[in-house]
Design a binder for this molecule. Sequence first.
Ligand code: HDE
Length: 755
Amino acid sequence: ANPVKRAAKKITESLQGDASAPADWIPGRPGPQPPTVAEPTEPREPLPPKPDQSGPDTVSPTGQPTGADQARVAQSGSYLTNAQGTRLYDTDHSLKAGPRGPVLLQDHHLREKIMHFDHERIPERVVHARGAGAHGVFQSYGTASSVTKAGFLAPDVETPVFVRFSTVVGSRGSADTVRDTRGFATKFYTSEGVFDLVGNNIPVFFIQDAIKFPDVVHAAKPHPDREIPQAQSAHDTFWDFVSLHTEATHHTLFFMGDRGIPRSYRMMEGFGVHTFRLVNAEGGTTLVKFHWKPKLGVHSLVWDEAQLINGNDPDFHRRDLADAIEAGAYPQWELGIQTFPDTPDQTFEGIDLLDPTNMVPEELAPVQPIGLMTLDRNPSNFFAETEQVAFHVGHLVPGIDVTDDPLLAGRLFSYLDTQITRLGGPNFPQLPINRPHAPVNDMLRDGMHQTAVHRGVAPYRPNSLDGGCPFTAGADMSAYIETPVRVPEGSKVREAPESFADHFSQPRRFWLSMSPVEREHIIGAYIFELGKCYEEAIRVRTLQVLANIDPELCAGVAEGLGLPAPEPTVPLADVEPSPALSQVGGTWPVDGRVIGILTAPDGDLDGVHAVRDAVLEAGMVPLVVAPTGGTLGSGAGALTAQRSYVTARSVEFDAVLLAGPPAVGGDAPGVRDGRGAPAARQASSDPRVDQLLAEAFRHGKAIGAWAGGETALAAAGVPADAPGVVVAGSGTAVLERVRELLGSHRVWERFTTRP
Ligand code: HDE
C-alpha cells in the first residue's frame, strides 16, 4: 500500500535475482552479477537506491552545467562580473571618498579581487617543480595481452593520456636545459580507472631505499644558507653526498652523460625504473620494466650549447614541445616492456630486479613494443592542467601490480601525501585534469575543496539504506586484486640485501657502452661539476669513485682537475657493454628540426623560397634570419624575416644555411667589441653572424652555403672543407645533404676525442 515500501520491495527482489543495476560495470565487459545484498539493519526496510548512485559527479544542485562544460561555467557571458556573477561597471579604480580621498573599506570588489590574487599561487612540487605537459592518446597493440589483463593494453584499445615532463632539482621558474634527470610522467585515463606511469628519462635511480630520498634531494637542492645554485648539481653538497653514497654512482654517471641535457622532451626515452608485476587473466604473473622509446630517437644538446640556451631561451624545452604540437609534428613514443620470469628470487641473469640502481641491458632482455603514444594537444591552461595534475605510483589498474622494491614502497606512500600540501586537501582527484574517465563511486566524503555533490545517505559498507550501493566487484568485473605474493620469512631489520652491495659493475657497463665522443662529454661534465666545488676533499673522493668504474674515466677527469688519478679499491667488473645505451651511430627522422636560413636583401631570395618549401615539406621548421626584422624583396617573391641578427642565436637551430653573403652590419646599434668600440672585423663579416656560425660549428651542427654564402665561413673560422660543411650550387642541393647530416643528429667527427 505504501508506495515507498512497494518500490523498496521491488528493488530488494531485483537485487536477489537477475539484477540490472550493475550491468555496466565496465562497458562491453559482461560479467557475473554482483553479490546478493542482505545487509543487517533490520527491522528497517532498505530504501530504494537513489536515482543516481553513480558517484561524485560534480553537478551543481541548482542545475547549472558543470563537468565537461566547466570551461563555459568558468567564463560565460560577455560582461565582466565578480565571482558571484554580478556585473561590474569599473575594475580599474578603488572606491574612494572623492578622487583624491582615502580608499573605502566597503569596496567589496577591491577586496575580492586582491584576495583572490593573494592566493593565486600554490606550493610548487618539492621535486620536479619545473615541467611542461601535453594531452594525447595511447593506442594499444594488444601484444601485452598474454601477460596482463589490463583492459587498456588489450588489442586496439585507445586511451586518452596526459604527460608531464620535468626537471627534478630546479624551481618552477628555473631554466629548462640544465644538467639534470628529466621526469616523464604519464596519466592513462583507462576505462578501469587511472593508471599513472611516473618515470624518468634515466633507467636507474640514485638510491635503493626511499628512506634516502630526503637526503639525496637535500644534497642536490641549493645550499640552505644562500639558496644557490639554482637547478644545478655542480656544487659541494651534491658531490659530497654522491661521493660518500656510492649506490648513487650509476645514476650520477648517466646524467653526467648526454642524457642529462636532452635536445628536446620529444627526443627522450622514458623508464618506469622499478620492476612491476603484470598479472594476466589466468592469474599468471610476469615481472616487467617499462620503457618509452621516442620515434625521433634519443638526442642531446652539447654542454656549451645547453648553457647558452639557459640564458637565451630558458623555456627551450617547454617551447619546443608546444611548438611541435601546434605545428602538427606530434611527438610519438612506443611503450615497451622487458619481461622476466616471476621467480622467487626476483633476479634476472644475476641482476637483482628489486634494486632500482640496476638496469637490465636490452641485449639480455629485448624491449617488446606494446603500444604507441601520440601527444597531439597542448593544454589550454597551464595551471589547471600541467600544474594541478597529480601523479601517483599507486594509481594502478587490474593487471598491473607492484613489487617489493623498497624505493617503490616509499613512493607509494609519498605521492598522495605530497598532493595534500600542494593541492590543498584530499579532493584533488576531482580537479578536471585528475578526474578518472571510468565511473567513480567511492565512499570518500567532504574535506577541503569538495566540489562533488554526493547523493545517498549511506557512504559506508555494509549498508541497506542506499540499497547496498555501491557494490564491490569480483576479479572478473575488473576489481583490483593484489597478487597473493609469498612474503619471505625473516626478522624485522633495517638492512639492505647482500645483492644490493655492488655499486660499480653496472656503472662500468654504462661507461664501456659509450662511444668515444660520449665518453669525452662525460669526462667534460665531471671536470665542470667538480671544478665548481670548493672542497678539494670532495674532488679527491669522487676521483676514487671514478677509479672504481674505469681508469680512463678517472684519468681524464683527474687531468682536467689537476689532481692525481687514484688506483681502484675494488676489482674492475668484467661486464659486456650494452650498445643500446649509446646515442651515437644511428639515423633518425628529422621531423620538427629547426633550420636557420641566413640571408640579406641582396641574397638569393628565390633560393630561400625554394629551401623554405623543401624544409616544410620534410616536416622541419624554417626560420629566415635577416639583418633586421621586416620584409625582404617585394611582390610575389617577398620574404618575411622571423629573426634578425639581433634576435637570432645559433642555439635555436639544428642546422644553419647561408643564402648568399650576409650583410655587413657590425656597426649596427648594440654591436660593440669588449672595449665599447664598433667591433673590429674582416670587411666581409658581421660579428653576430661570425658568432652564430662559430657556435653552430663548435656544437657539431650542419652548416650549408650557396650563392656566395660561403664567403662568411672563413671570417667565422669555419673551414669550408670541414666535416658537415656543405657548399653547393643551389639551396635545395645544400638542403638535401644537410638533411642527411641531421639524420645522425650531429656531425660527430667535429668533436675531439682522446686517442
Ligand atoms: Fe618522485 N616524487 N619520488 N620519483 N617523481 C614526486 O610527487 C618521490 C622517484 C617522479 O610531473 C613528488 O607530485 C620519492 C623515482 C616524477 O607531477 C613526490 C621517491 C622516479 C615526478 C615524489 C621518488 C620519480 C615525481 C613531488 C623515492 C622515477 C613528477 C611532486 C622513493 C621512476 C610528477 C609530486 C609530475 C614527483 C616522491 C623517486 C619520478 C614528493 C619519495 C625513482 C616524474 O611525491
